[in-house]
Ligand binder design. Sequence first.
Ligand code: FES
Length: 152
Amino acid sequence: MVGGGIGIAPLALLRRRFAERNIPARVLLGFRDEAHSGGLDDLFSCCEVRLASDDGHVGHRGYVTDLLASMLEGDDAGSATVYACGPPQMLDAVAALCLPRNVPCQLAMESPMACGYGACFGCAVPRAGGGYLRLCVDGPVIRADQVESIHV
Ligand code: FES
């Protein structure tokens, strides 16, 4: 699991579901600074967590995707599936790391939603190969290979 900023909170729920099913999980979390990095002990108390921060106050100084890149170089990367939630630029970077390595990857995406039932296309993101995905009805969790990079 790769989380950044407020995208960390939904991953805590997914981690809990995995723990209930005895599915092993590694969690990589990225923060801007110390003021935005509280509550980890409550959210991720029972699994392996690696941290990154832009200001270096905790964990790796740099992006959480640096940690993912390193992890995907490991021997067990071929059996991994990556679940990511965070800022669009982070999701693009996660997809760019996973897709060339054929690592399955799911992105929890965010977009303003006006109607919420597929009519207005206010939540649309470019679909890989053309067209659009509506996050309200097609997502908000999308396979990385289904969505076109829009923030790189
Ligand atoms: Fe209107 Fe998704 S919010 S189509």
